[in-house]
Design a protein around this ligand. Structure first.
Ligand SMILES: Nc1nc2c(ncn2[C@@H]2O[C@H](COP(=O)(O)OP(=O)(O)OP(=O)(O)O)[C@@H](O)[C@H]2O)c(=O)[nH]1
Ligand SMILES: [Mg+2]
Length: 258
């Protein structure tokens, strides 16, 4: 009887917790986004809002930052991991336990015409040429997948910014069997910048092609949204999308009860 009462009490007082993984190239704005989300959703103990992002204090992430925000019907535990090449090998260790992925793209660093079909191709740069092995389609060592040659660095396509690198990194995330069925939100960040490209161009230029390609077949649910992590515009819509999709996918990836 005691055990029954205890489990009923625990059930009644606990909350569903979902893990959200922030991914994207270095400098995309992941840490800025996490800081903005905290400012919007995580008041300090005295009730005042947490401070918003401060560009002069932002440094490249080495390792991870994690914060839990409390929403009326769930907690979202948000993992911000470093996007530098040397950090990307760590990403896959988060895949099995995440309920959603937010892939952040710097909209001011994909060229003014972000259409992958226009990118010059250099032999040996395509991800399909990467040898794969191991249980999760070759990601036993993510560093190999994300080596400079494989992610299109020094591709000689200055007009396209880091478009090809971005596309290959997104493809390699989707290729991992551990993220199959996980909702993926792509954020076209830095929409406040004058030199940014519109979300529709990022979507049509490369994201849709990645999702519709071979690597995107395991994606259950995806969306592309414009945001400015720095100013906060679009951030609430992004959180709401994640909130609704993790719930919808709850049977595929059940939450942790806390
Ligand atoms: N204008 C503008 N700048 C932004 C925005 N988001 C991020 N930045 C700037 O972009 C730079 C990189 O931001 P970070 O948040 O550190 O990027 P990151 O993705 O966490 O980078 P890594 O930790 O290296 O993976 C910083 O100078 C930010 O101030 C945005 O929405 N608008
Ligand atoms: Mg960071």
């Amino acid at each position: 009887m005691y055990h029954l009462a205890k489990s009923l009490y625990t059930y009644a007082t606990s909350k569903e917790e979902y893990s959200v993984l922030l991914l994207g190239l270095d400098n995309a704005g992941k840490t800025t986004l996490l800081t903005q989300i905290k400012a919007l959703y995580q008041p300090r103990t005295d009730g005042t809002p947490a401070p918003g992002p401060n560009p002069s204090k932002t440094v490249p992430t080495v390792g991870q930052n994690v914060s839990t925000i409390s929403l009326p019907d769930m907690n979202l535990k948000i993992w911000d991991v470093g996007g530098q090449i040397t950090m990307r090998g760590l990403w896959q260790s988060y895949y099995t336990s995440c309920h959603a992925i937010i892939f952040v793209v710097d909209s001011a660093d994909v060229g003014q015409d972000p259409d992958i079909t226009r990118l010059p191709t250099a032999p040996g740069r395509r991800l399909s040429s990467v040898s794969v092995s191991g249980t999760s389609r070759g990601n036993s060592d993510g560093r190999e997948l994300f080596s400079e040659q494989n992610v299109g660095i020094n591709a000689g396509a200055a007009d396209f910014g880091r478009l090809d690198e971005c596309r290959q990194v997104l493809e390699s995330v989707l290729q991992n069997a551990d993220v199959a069925g996980v909702p993926i939100l792509v954020l076209a960040n830095k929409q406040d910048r004058e030199d940014c490209v519109e979300v529709v161009r990022i979507k049509e230029g490369f994201v849709r092609k990645v999702f519709e390609g071979d690597t995107g077949t395991g994606v259950r649910d995806s969306r592309v949204l414009p945001v400015s992590a720095l100013l906060g515009s679009g951030v609430q819509a992004a959180v709401e999308w994640v909130q609704s999709r993790v719930k919808w996918n709850k049977e595929g990836r059940p939450p942790v009860m806390r």
